[in-house]
Every structure is written in C-alpha cells, then in structure tokens.
Ligand binder design. Structure first.
Ligand code: 5AD
Ligand code: SF4
Length: 476
C-alpha cells in the first residue's frame, strides 16, 4: 500500500468534526433528560490490550458527551461492552453478560445497551443480536468506533435500534478524545489490523488490513505521555515487526523504538506482539542497545511441530524460532521471553504435540498464555478435520501446564537474592503490600506504602514462587 492509500484510510477532518457536532447534540439531549445529574457509563472490555486501548478512546468520546464512569451496570445509564472474538468461550461469556442486562432495562427503559468491537464484526453474531436480543440498542463494529456520538444520538433521538457493522479493510481515526485508565502506564497503538491470516485466527477478518499510524504522530504522543509523567509506554499492534510496511517512506519498527528511546525522561518501553517470522536481528540488537526498552520479548510460537506450524500458516520452523531466541539471549543475557501456545490444532497428533513440549524446554519461557484450539467460523482451520476429542486435548493441555510450571519455577528460583528495578503498580490484596512488575514482566510483591505506586523502586527478591516473586525494598 502506498502513502496515497495511507491518506485515504485516515478518517477525514470533516467526519471527525461531524462527530464533534453529534457529541454536542448528545450532551444537549442528556442535559434535558438528566438535568443536573451526571449520567453514568459502564464500559467493560473483553480481550486483548488492543481492545483496552480502543476502550480508552470510546471512554474519551463518552466523557466528551458528558458521561461519568461507574464500575457496575446497575449504577449506569449506558452500558457498553467492547467485545473479543478470538475464542468461542468469549462469545458464551458475552451473551451471558448481555442477558443479565435485560433485567436492568426492564426496570429502566431509558437504560442504553451498546455492543461493539471484534465480535460485532462477525455476521452471525450481529444476526443473533438482531433476532434474539431485541433489548440491545446499539451495535457497531471495529471500523466505525469513531462514530459513537452519531450512533448514540440516533438511538437517543429515535428510540430505534442502531446497527453499523459494515465490512471494510479498516481506517485510522486520529485525534479522538482519550480517557486513559492509568496515570503512569499507557497503551500506545502504533498500528491496527493484521495481514497474516494464520489459519486458526479470526483477527484479520474482524480487524481489517495492517494500517500503521504515522511515526510523527506516535512519537508526539509518546513525548506527551513522558511529559505528563507516564513511566511505562506499551506500543501495540498485532504484529509490530511489520510496522511501517504499509506506508511508503515510513521508518521501520526498530527505528521507531530508537526514536522513542531517545525521548528524555525516566520511563520504560514495552511492545507487543512480535511475530517470529518478522522478528529480525536488527530488532533484537535495537532492544539490546536501547536502555529504556524492557528486556522482555513476547514472541508467540503457537506450536513446536513444523508440519503443524505450516498448517497454521505461521511462516517459520521451530529451528528458525529457537535460533532467534539464541541470538536474542546472546545480546540480552537477562531477556525474559513469553509466548502463546495453541494445544490441539486440527489434526495435531500426540507426537506432534510432544514437539511443543521439547521446544518449551529449550525456549525456557518465563510464562505462557496457553489455549485449546477453538474453531472460529470463516477461518481455514475451522473447516479442517479435528479428530482428537476435547477431553484428550484437555489432558495434553494439563501436561503442558505442568511442564511450564517447572520451567517457570526454575527461572524464578534463579532470581532469588537479586535486585530488580520495579514499576510499582497497585496495592496487593494484603494490607501494606504493593504489587509491581520487573522489566521481564514478572509480578513482585513487597511491603511498602501506597506512595510508591507509579514510581520505580529497587526491590530485592526474598522468595520465588512459580508465577511471581516476593521481595523487599532495597534502601540503596
Ligand atoms: N483458538 C485458540 N487460540 C487462538 N488464538 C488465536 N486464535 C485462536 C483460536 N482459534 C490465540 C493465539 C494468539 C492468541 C492471542 O490467541 O495463541 O497468539
Ligand atoms: Fe492472528 Fe496470526 Fe494476525 Fe496474530 S499474526 S493476529 S495470530 S492472524
């Protein structure tokens, strides 16, 4: 895609201005309806960090329209679910949650129910809502999120149901209002969509083609975040390694990392997700050389068997993957690597699954996100023969989790007695205990008062559990 096209996918200033006008109209309607009371919105996000970042924009628009936020739909005037389509389980959960909203609507007919995000982009889901969930007011897909003010105004002014789930390759909407959930950790989307079409994955169908934001805009946003005291910036994209490929003359991801690393200030940079097929030595060298880039690499392998990897359309072999890790660790000896694994891809045999266990022993992951294959309508894998029962896959899954526990325990045991720079994030469940994260993305809990939240502290590891550490503040 050339730069010309990059311009075409930007939502126009006229369109954004139009949405601002709708925003003012909604403000007027709700003022008449609620008087001096601030109307409240409940926003719930399912799925990945990309969705969390989208929700921060949806909240920004709601805030601009005059809404405040509450933590429960019972206390809200509008309830918005930003949905995920990655696995079947997500669909069941959503419909359970939506069913529960019906009771609120029965008590308060003005209560608005809004569903948006990836799952709405699937035709069968939109149909199911149309036919079986008549109390849902507004449904919109991933490509029109910037139109929330218009859709809400239409619903408020006509009382009719509003559906906008048209398919498209996707757009980029800049300059939307933003309501960030944290004042020290920020999500920074650098690109949207995916071109990879891994055979099991729904994302390319519901999120459209890869669209990179301009580096100028990204760097300006990062500078603003640092200026406002943010301590951690996570760059987001389905495959950040292909950043810039769709914009003629744009810098690549390594250069973008270097530019953000060069911003003055005390902060760390994280990024996700990296696709192994596009992970280069240049990127790993860049990570090693940039002092602000956390030494954590999330590099989803999905599986350790080459035939299955090919069927998954992943574009690398287990050997190529492991050689990347070897190189990465040669330039970053303390690197923490995490991964995603799918167990029970259609046609995978037990012997093939054992190749994944072998790879895990070599990869020595800090932690893993593991999933049993879930057929997604419209993907190639959903049509493939899948003879292994769910019960059998469950056994493989447990075997894999057991192995990862012993690998993780060994890794955390090696951290005992060492000191780490930790970003303090929140209060832990126990009084007087703070929870933070090491650069390698391992949770560590230690006694401290709340004032450390949002700061970096040096913490010494005093106890190593399997998935987390305990420690104490170092007084140095
Ligand atoms: N079934 C199971 N897991 C899936 N993932 C994506 N699609 C599926 C599916 N159909 C997992 C992959 C991906 C992570 C975000 O979700 O491991 O990396
Ligand atoms: Fe899905 Fe593959 Fe794209 Fe990741 S790279 S979002 S797994 S299609």
């Amino acid at each position: 895609m050339a730069s010309e096209n990059s311009k075409n996918i930007l939502v126009s200033k006229e369109e954004l201005d139009k949405q601002k006008e709708y925003s003012s109209l909604v403000r007027m309607v709700i003022q008449t309806r609620f008087g001096n009371r601030t109307p409240m919105a409940f926003v719930h996000t399912f799925g990945c960090q990309g969705n969390v970042a989208d929700s921060e924009r949806l909240k920004g628009m709601l805030e601009e329209m005059g809404f405040g936020f509450v933590d429960s739909p019972e206390d809200a005037d509008i309830s918005l679910f930003n949905t995920c389509a990655i696995r079947e389980h997500a669909e069941d959960r959503l419909f359970g949650n939506v069913g529960a909203l019906k009771k609120i609507k029965e008590k308060n007919s003005d209560f608005k129910i809004v569903l948006c995000g990836c799952m709405m982009q699937q035709e069968h889901v939109a149909q199911r809502i149309k036919n079986s969930y008549p109390f849902v007011d507004i449904v919109f897909g991933t490509h029109v999120a910037h139109k929330l003010p218009e859709l809400l105004y239409r619903s408020l002014s006509t009382g009719k149901r509003v559906f906008d789930v048209g398919d498209s390759d996707g757009v980029i909407a800049e300059n939307l209002p933003l309501h960030r959930d944290s004042n020290f950790k920020a999500w920074l989307p650098i690109m949207y969509g995916c071109n990879n079409f891994c055979s099991y994955c729904i994302v390319p169908y519901v999120r459209g083609r890869e669209r990179s934001r301009s580096s100028e805009v990204i760097i300006a946003e990062a500078k603003e975040l640092v200026k406002n005291g943010y301590k951690e910036i996570t760059l987001l994209g389905q495959n950040v390694n292909s950043y810039g490929n769709d914009r003629e003359g744009e810098m690549n991801f390594s250069s973008l990392l270097r530019q953000i690393n060069a911003i003055d200030g005390d902060f760390i940079i994280r990024f996700m997700t990296s696709h192994p097929k596009d992970c280069t030595h240049e990127l790993l060298d860049t990570m090693a050389e940039c002092e602000k880039v956390a030494k954590h690499l999330h590099l989803p392998v999905q599986c350790g068997n080459d035939r299955v990897l090919k069927e998954m359309n992943r574009g690398y072999t287990s050997e190529k993957y492991l050689s990347l890790l070897t190189y990465a660790r040669s330039v970053m000896p303390d690197l923490s690597v995490t991964s995603d694994i799918i167990v029970g891809f259609p046609g995978e045999t037990y012997d093939e699954f054992c190749d994944t266990l072998k790879l895990m022993e070599k990869a020595e992951y800090t932690s893993l996100y593991t999933f049993i294959f879930s057929p997604r309508e419209g993907t190639r894998a959903a049509k493939m023969d899948d003879p292994v029962t769910r019960e059998e896959k469950g056994k493989w899954f447990s075997e894999l989790c057991g192995l990862q526990e012993s690998i993780a325990a060994k890794r955390t045991a090696g951290m005992l007695g060492k000191e780490y720079r930790v970003l303090c994030e929140s209060k832990a469940k126990k009084d007087g205990i703070i929870s933070g994260r090491t650069q390698g993305n391992i949770i560590i809990e230690f006694p401290a008062d709340d004032s450390v939240i949002g700061t970096f502290q040096t913490v010494k590891v005093t106890e190593a559990l399997i998935w987390m550490l305990k420690g104490e503040l170092s007084n140095s």
